[in-house]
Design a protein around this ligand. Structure first.
Ligand code: CA
Length: 225
């Protein structure tokens, strides 16, 4: 197993390569987008760890070119919190997994293992927060052995909350992204769907709750630890 790390922060790249080797895989590092794309195009890697902000070419463009060239190596994308908007874009560009910086080593290892395990398969996009996971492919929300399928609006709303659980999402953003700019939807529509979602979280017995911050928005919060 060989893993390519494309990351311009040299210290982080070195740390990731060390972790990858400790996991028993080979590693290579590229710190520039264009060199990274060249290396990834060889198709010899089993997984690619890909930063978004890179000199030369950004991670989304690299991913797009790889997929266009039919290189199907699974990709673990590293995004910074400030790149939240970019990350929404990335949801549609064929990335396999996302990890938000800063992350803990075990989190990185778990994601990379999942990426490698799924190598060569069609990879459903799964978002994870605490004990809760959401499949963006079919809108299945799961907690332990329980799961249920969300309606399309419920899925769209909760996936916004999953993008960056620490950052509240305002009703305006939810309306714009879920119903569209020129819709008649209002705060009461958002409130109704949030209430459906809360009921479903309770049904699943999840630790995760949707909390509201007055005049700021909604976010996911795990009730323990
Ligand atoms: Ca970077």
């Amino acid at each position: 197993m060989r893993v390519l790390v494309i990351e311009d922060e040299r210290r982080l790249a070195g740390t990731l390569a060390d972790i990858i080797e400790e996991m028993g895989y080979g590693s290579a590092i590229r710190t520039d987008g264009i060199q990274g794309l060249d290396e990834a195009m060889t198709g010899i890697y089993d997984a690619i760890v890909l930063d978004v902000m890179l000199p030369g070419m950004n991670g989304f463009e690299i991913l797009r070119q790889l997929r266009q060239a039919k290189i199907e190596t699974p990709v673990l994308m590293l995004t910074a919190r400030s790149e939240l908007a970019d990350r929404v874009e990335g949801l549609n560009s064929g990335a396999d997994y996302y990890l938000t910086k800063p992350f803990e080593i075990p989190e990185f290892q778990a994601c990379l293992r999942a990426v490698i395990r799924r190598q060569g398969q069609i990879i459903p996009e799964i978002k994870q927060f605490d004990d809760l996971s959401l499949s963006l492919t079919d809108g299945r929300l799961s907690c332990g052995s329980r799961s249920l399928v969300l309606s399309s609006k419920e899925k769209d709303i909760i996936s916004l909350l999953f993008l960056n659980p620490q950052v509240p999402v305002s009703k305006e953003i939810i309306i714009t992204k879920v119903w569209g700019f020129d819709s008649d939807a209002g705060d009461n529509n958002v409130e109704a769907y949030i209430s459906f979602l809360r009921k479903k979280l309770t049904l699943l017995g999840s630790n995760v709750q949707i909390t509201a911050q007055r005049r700021i928005g909604y976010r996911l919060e795990a009730s323990h630890s």
